[in-house]
Every structure is written in structure tokens, then in C-alpha cells.
Design a protein. Structure first.
Length: 113
């Protein structure tokens, strides 16, 4: 499984269209995603102060060759990149993702083991 933090407008559009897309696909050619151990780092680095976020759990097996794990910034960390829109059928579950002002983001209760 891979994970994508989705802002409300992108999530609502996915529900209407049957596929998830975002501005990074148009700008960079792929949708940024995370492995489970990368979610909190991504959330706390890029989404602080944002509300109405959802965490999408995506079956990367369904996506097949659309997913490539890459180290795009030379840090040694490989993140999954999805080279195309994500069909709604590949989204297994979704969770509200909320930030605690004092401690930052935490994994949703249904995802945390």
C-alpha cells in the first residue's frame, strides 16, 4: 500500500470523476505519494496549518507500472510516484488527517496498528 495526502478540492473532484489527480501531476508529471513510514514526515513538512485533509490508502498493486519509487532529491529516501491519475478503484480506504497544534500530525486511529 502507498498513501497520498489529499486536500479537500482534489478529494471531492476524485469522488465526482472516479479518479484522483492533483496539481503535481500536471506540473511534474506524477502524483507524489508516501510509504506508511513516510506519511508523518510528509504531513509535518508540507501540510502544517492546513485543514480538511484526507489520507488515501492506495493499492499500488492495482496501479502496477504507474508506480515508480524514486529518490528525486538525492536524499537517499525513495518515495512512490504515480505516473497518471489514480483510479478510484485503487483507493482502498481514506481517513481524515488532522493536526494537533502542539505535536503535529499523527496517523489516523484506523491506520495506526
Amino acid at each position: 500500500m502507498i498513501y497520498r495526502i489529499a486536500e479537500l478540492p482534489d478529494w471531492q473532484q476524485a469522488q465526482r470523476s472516479g479518479q484522483f489527480s492533483s496539481s503535481d501531476l500536471a506540473a511534474e508529471g506524477f502524483i507524489h505519494a508516501s510509504e506508511i513510514h513516510q506519511i508523518l514526515r510528509t504531513a509535518n513538512k508540507y501540510y502544517r496549518g492546513k485543514t480538511d485533509l484526507h489520507l488515501l490508502e492506495i493499492d499500488d498493486v492495482v496501479l502496477g507500472e504507474l508506480v515508480i519509487r524514486e529518490d528525486s532529491n538525492g536524499s537517499g529516501a525513495r518515495f512512490p510516484h504515480v505516473y497518471g491519475p489514480i483510479p478510484f478503484a485503487a483507493i482502498v480506504r481514506f481517513f481524515a488527517l488532522t493536526e494537533d497544534p502542539g505535536t503535529g500530525f499523527g496517523l489516523p486511529a484506523g491506520l495506526a496498528g
